[in-house]
Design a protein around this ligand. Structure first.
Ligand code: NAD
Length: 373
């Protein structure tokens, strides 16, 4: 069985597997082929893949020959047409939000797995690319803010006077938000955080940050630990509280998301206009509508000296460790579907079923089935 590791498109610097992960894959009695130059943007040259026993192929050869195609960004319809009808296509296909691609894969009776669909259960934690990439994103967002901020993060007592610590406000304390809190704390900032889930409060406090409470949030125990949409009244109360905190903040990092919905608007235009000049807003939800009214995807906007950075794929800005984590998540997942060097799709396994977009002309993942109804 040939496993093909694809080179990612322009602008994506991660690779789905570094040589270390490929070495493990090869030890499972498989043949692994790498698209030429696939790892160079993550600092893994072709020869480092060859050193562990993989061979290098052109994209065309890989698409036509591989039995399992592994990548991060999805293939185009034209490229899918080049692959073997029996090939298993894997990536972060964004299948729930890309109905045209999902339909095409179902209509063409393809077998496809979409890594963002890995169920967020304890057993699947080691395969969860969303958590891995959110960890990278939360860390990197703080470094980016610290770099842009015209002030120190930590407190300093110097002969030239004392410097008070910067004040950082984190909105949304999920995986990315918690990593942002931990990183900002390590840099010595005074950190405040806010989330609609009460479960997040304990985690925020345990990281040494202060929790901003806004009472009256709606929670749904059946939402798998995720947030749900809030009432208009609650959202207004929340925006007013954020406004008060924003006046004192040097940095705001927003990470609030609701699966399947537009990101909630938390930082209004009046709030940005009232912030101190020099302060920085990093909006990690910019690609799903933005938590800040003035953010633009992949752009930095300057409003009276307040810089608002809208970021789409921050994990790609730290490609080496992001690729290492991605590859490890992939390996843990592939362990479920490869046995003795061959494909072994066990649809009795909830992780296999939950991650599978389609097989044999049918939608498989309950989330895809639900999307179709
Ligand atoms: P996410 O990216 O969907 O959202 C980020 C955060 O935004 C969440 O904490 C959410 O509560 C918050 N949020 C949404 N609306 C908000 C609002 N109006 N105001 C403030 N905050 C708001 O979430 P995520 O980081 O991927 O994960 C969230 C939770 O899911 C985790 O904390 C955990 O409980 C659970 N989880 C479980 C597993 C697992 O068991 N394998 C893995 C990952 C996450």
């Amino acid at each position: 069985m040939i496993i093909g590791i694809l080179k990612e498109p322009q602008g994506e610097s991660r690779v789905s597997m570094l040589p270390e992960a490929v070495k493990t894959l090869l030890s499972w009695n498989t043949e692994v082929c790498i698209e030429a130059d696939a790892g160079s943007t993550a600092y893994a040259e072709d020869n480092t893949y060859q050193d562990v026993g993989a061979s290098i192929k052109s994209r065309d050869e890989l698409l036509r020959q591989a039995d399992v195609l592994i990548g991060i960004q999805p293939l185009s319809p034209e490229e899918i047409a080049l692959t073997k009808p029996s090939a298993v296509i894997m990536g972060q296909l964004n299948a729930l939000y890309n109905p045209d691609l999902t339909k095409l894969l179902i209509d063409q009776k393809r077998t496809a797995f979409s890594m963002e669909l890995v169920p967020r259960t304890t057993r699947a934690q080691s395969m969860d690319v969303l958590s891995s990439m959110a960890t990278v994103t939360g860390y990197k967002a703080v470094l980016m803010a610290a770099d842009l901020l015209p002030r120190f993060f930590p407190m300093f007592m110097t002969a030239a006077g004392s410097i008070t610590p910067s004040r950082v406000l984190i909105l949304g304390a999920g995986v990315a938000g918690l990593q942002a809190i931990a990183t900002a704390r390590r840099l010595g900032a005074s950190v405040f955080a806010f989330d609609v889930r009460q479960a997040a409060k304990e985690e925020v406090l345990s990281l040494g940050a202060k929790f901003v409470d806004v009472e009256g949030a709606t929670e749904d125990k059946g939402a798998g630990g995720y947030a749900v949409e809030q009432s208009a009244e609650y959202l207004q109360k929340q925006k007013d509280t954020i406004h008060e905190h924003a006046l004192k903040a040097d940095v705001i990092i927003t990470t609030a998301q609701i699966p399947g919905r537009k990101a909630p608007l938390l930082v209004e235009e009046r709030t940005v206009r009232a912030m101190k000049p020099g302060s920085v807003v990093i909006d990690l939800a910019a690609s799903s509508g933005g938590n800040c009214a003035l953010s633009q995807p992949d752009q930095t906007v300057n409003i009276n000296g307040v810089r608002i950075v809208g970021i789409e794929n921050l994990a790609a800005k730290m490609p080496q460790d992001a690729s290492k984590m991605y590859g490890k998540n992939y390996l843990n997942f592939l362990k479920l579907i490869i046995k003795d060097g061959n494909l072994n799709l066990n649809f009795e396994d909830d992780i296999v079923t939950g991650t599978c977009v389609c097989h044999d002309g049918q939608a498989v993942s309950p989330r895809i089935v639900q999307m179709q109804n």
